[in-house]
Write a new protein. Structure first.
Ligand SMILES: [Zn+2]
Length: 281
């Protein structure tokens, strides 16, 4: 009876709203991007982040004299403000983190792909340094979200937030939403500093740089991966993460985090180059 009751209760509990890759996924993509950027682009990014109001908080978590750490912290800012009472709700832009599709393949909710396009365009063209500082952490974060399959998800289960699964590979959270399961695959949320750098290096060694393609292609790749994102096996009551599924999902998540990082690095490089060639770096 207990075996049946616990998952049932957990399935009935209200799932948390969509987050993103957890902090480790975003920081890893930021670290991969940093490794891909030229010194001039790194300087431009670091200067823009130094003007952001949250910069002192990022600095507290960063190793001294390591501007890559600041970019890694800035990459999670868009999620960290969700429960910040000092930031007005309208500025939290919850709909920017995802784009959901209905059964017919039409966009049902969310603005993720549109906002990535818009922010990249603004960063290329704006002459306002404050707008650059405001937009940059958003772009860095949302390129990561766009590579997480469940952020380009099905509207009927709210991108896997409304689907509870059984996951024996996480002893502390054996029952969770499918969305949270995917968010947690890239690593523990406290991954920072030297360990973060080492894991980013490993991701770059294991995964070649993908074609840059374009924002619509990044979205469509995530959407195609949805077919592999749902477990087929069934546990006591719920879909079950078995060994084969866990291995495959882990590999997909790591590849997508690496791809997001490579593309983010090249995108920031192109944005900075466009500004320099116009004489407004
Ligand atoms: Zn997000």
């Amino acid at each position: 009876m207990r075996r049946l009751l616990l998952p049932l209760l957990l399935a009935l509990a209200a799932p948390l709203p969509a987050e993103a890759w957890n902090a480790a996924g975003h920081r890893l993509s930021a670290a991969v991007a940093w490794a891909e950027m030229s010194p001039a682009t790194r300087d431009w990014v670091a200067a823009a982040l130094a003007r952001h109001p949250a910069h002192p908080r990022w600095q507290d978590k960063a190793r001294p004299g390591e501007p890559m750490d600041i970019l890694a912290e800035a990459s999670t800012w868009a999620d960290s403000i969700r429960n910040d009472p000092d930031i007005p709700d309208a500025d939290k832009h919850r709909r920017w983190h995802y784009v959901d599709f209905d059964a017919r393949g039409r966009v049902a909710a969310g603005e993720l792909d549109r906002q990535v396009e818009r922010l990249a365009g603004r960063l290329r063209s704006t002459a306002d340094p404050e707008e650059i500082s405001r937009s940059l952490p958003w772009l860095v974060h949302l390129v990561g979200d766009l590579h997480q399959p469940l952020h380009v998800g099905r509207h009927d289960d709210r991108g896997g937030n409304a689907l509870q699964i059984e996951n024996p590979y996480n002893r502390r959270r054996p029952f969770t939403s499918l969305h949270a399961y995917w968010d947690d695959l890239p690593g523990p949320p406290w991954l920072r500093g030297r360990r973060l750098e080492q894991k980013a290096q490993r991701l770059r060694a294991d995964h070649p740089a993908p074609a840059f393609a374009n924002v619509a292609a990044w979205r469509d790749e995530s959407r195609k991966l949805l077919g592999e994102a749902y477990p087929d096996a069934v546990g006591s009551l719920l879909p079950l993460v078995d060994e084969a599924f866990q291995r495959r999902a882990q590999a997909i998540a790591e590849r997508r985090v690496a791809e997001a990082g490579y593309r983010l690095g090249r995108l920031l490089e192109a944005i900075h180059r466009a500004r320099v060639s116009r004489g407004t770096p």
